[in-house]
Design a protein around this ligand. Structure first.
Ligand SMILES: NC(=O)c1ccc[n+]([C@@H]2O[C@H](COP(=O)([O-])OP(=O)(O)OC[C@H]3O[C@@H](n4cnc5c(N)ncnc54)[C@H](O)[C@@H]3O)[C@@H](O)[C@H]2O)c1
Length: 393
């Protein structure tokens, strides 16, 4: 694994847990973790359960006994690490968004396609697909329970940078993060809604905004937290080079109209991901703050009995749930990562391609790119480039 902070901890928890919960054809051995600071990565290795640590990610690539490289760094290093790992025949799990630019994502998808021919697998970490209620939503759509999909309504709202004095962490710098709320949390709802509906976004009209354009430089930071210098001084500021919020409308290739809102300025909303889908036969709603539940409106029921009902997605027959607890004994955020590792290990061990593939993640990147270009062009309608053509090219 490369990176030991937020996602490093979430993925480590999942690697530690997955073989103790699921019966899988292979076992994960947590061999080597990489970070840039010797003291901190040594502490992280001990705390998170890794056998050894290094400060150079190339050490992971060089070791013959390492089969999988898990990339948990900011987007500016995804392409370099993933390309080197694939070229060395390592299976790669890479955090989202796949890369910081379309050209990097294209190179990664092309490398993944080449590696695939040699049995080397790759996957992007859109973990929310693996919340059981989300996986079930997809099954309901695929089973025709919603009929023809007309509307998709997706919001992913946070508020961690509402304070203009919050420092300029890497997530607010384009060269490190690629984009702001758009690529960080917007990417999740793009992937989630396309996954659930089975429809791809074909075009968008967007607005983006950077509400606070200058911020204090941090003395030290990780992804979502920072400290000021020792005296509490805030001497220097720097420009925020990403969007604080992105709002866009979209058309899906199955005919649905969709709206998306991704913001870090939604005061009071901490990590509020909500998706509603309206079809000709019913509607379904997912809310991450109630992640064990789905709201379902079945318009085929007798008129007198119609109404939104709450499904508690904790039965053994629900996706991923048979290995956990008795019905009604709820699960949480971290379980989506365990499910991700389960599917990744199973795919690698049985020789099939896990999803979302790098090509799928490239397609998300192309949507992000279309949103950015539309916003720059005063919200003009912007088609999303087809991903398959770009992989082949
Ligand atoms: N799936 C999700 O829900 C989710 C949530 C948060 C973040 N992410 C993604 O995960 C990735 C990491 O985000 P985070 O929140 O964990 O960030 P973070 O700042 O908490 O951690 C980043 C880690 O990468 C390390 N790092 C940075 N550059 C490195 C390099 N060149 N070599 C070795 N280590 C390096 C840092 O030292 C740190 O340990 C990003 O791509 C982000 O978009 C995904």
């Amino acid at each position: 694994m490369v990176g030991y902070a937020f996602m490093g901890a979430a993925h480590s928890q999942a690697w530690r847990t997955v073989n103790r919960v699921y019966d899988l054809p292979a076992r994960a051995r947590m061999a080597l973790i990489c970070g840039r600071d010797t003291g901190k990565v040594a502490e992280a290795a001990d705390r998170l359960g890794w056998e050894a640590y290094t400060t150079d990610w190339r050490d992971l690539i060089a070791r013959d006994d390492i089969d999988v490289v898990d990339v948990c760094t900011p987007g500016d290093s995804h392409a370099e690490i993933a390309l080197a790992a694939l070229a060395a025949g390592k299976h790669v799990l890479c955090e989202k968004p796949l890369a910081n630019t379309v050209s990097e994502a294209r190179a990664m998808a092309a490398a993944a396609a080449t590696a695939q021919a040699a049995g080397v697998r790759s996957m992007c970490g859109f973990n929310y697909r693996r919340v059981p209620a989300v996986t079930m939503m997809r099954q309901m759509v695929a089973d025709g329970r919603l009929g023809v999909i007309r509307h998709v309504r997706a919001t992913y709202l946070q508020d961690w940078i509402v304070d203009p004095q919050f420092p300029l962490v890497w997530r607010l710098q384009k060269d490190k993060a690629g984009s702001g709320a758009l690529g960080d949390i917007g990417a999740h709802i793009i992937d989630l809604t396309q996954y659930v509906t089975g429809q791809l976004i074909t075009g968008v009209s967007a607005v983006t905004e950077t509400f606070v354009k200058e911020r204090p430089l941090p003395a030290g930071s990780s992804g979502l937290a920072a400290t000021l210098d020792g005296d509490g001084h805030r001497p220097a500021t720097g420009p925020v080079t990403v969007d604080d919020a992105a709002v866009f409308v979209a058309r899906l290739d199955g005919g649905a109209l969709a709206t998306y809102e991704a913001s870090r300025f939604a005061t009071g909303r901490k990590n509020a991901l909500r998706v509603e889908i309206n079809g000709s036969l019913g509607s379904v709603v997912f809310d991450l703050e109630r992640l064990n539940e789905l709201e379902f409106y079945d318009a085929t029921r007798p008129a007198a009995e119609q109404g939104f009902s709450r499904i508690l997605v904790t039965e053994g027959e629900h996706p991923y749930m048979s290995a956990w607890w008795p019905p009604g004994h709820i699960i949480g955020y971290e379980h989506s990562f365990t499910h991700q590792m389960r599917d990744f290990i199973e795919a690698v061990a049985t020789g099939v391609d896990p999803a979302p593939s790098f090509a799928d993640a490239l397609q998300v990147q192309l949507v992000l790119d279309a949103v950015s270009r539309s916003a720059e062009l005063g919200s003009s309608w912007t088609d999303v480039e087809p991903a398959l053509a770009t992989v082949a090219a």
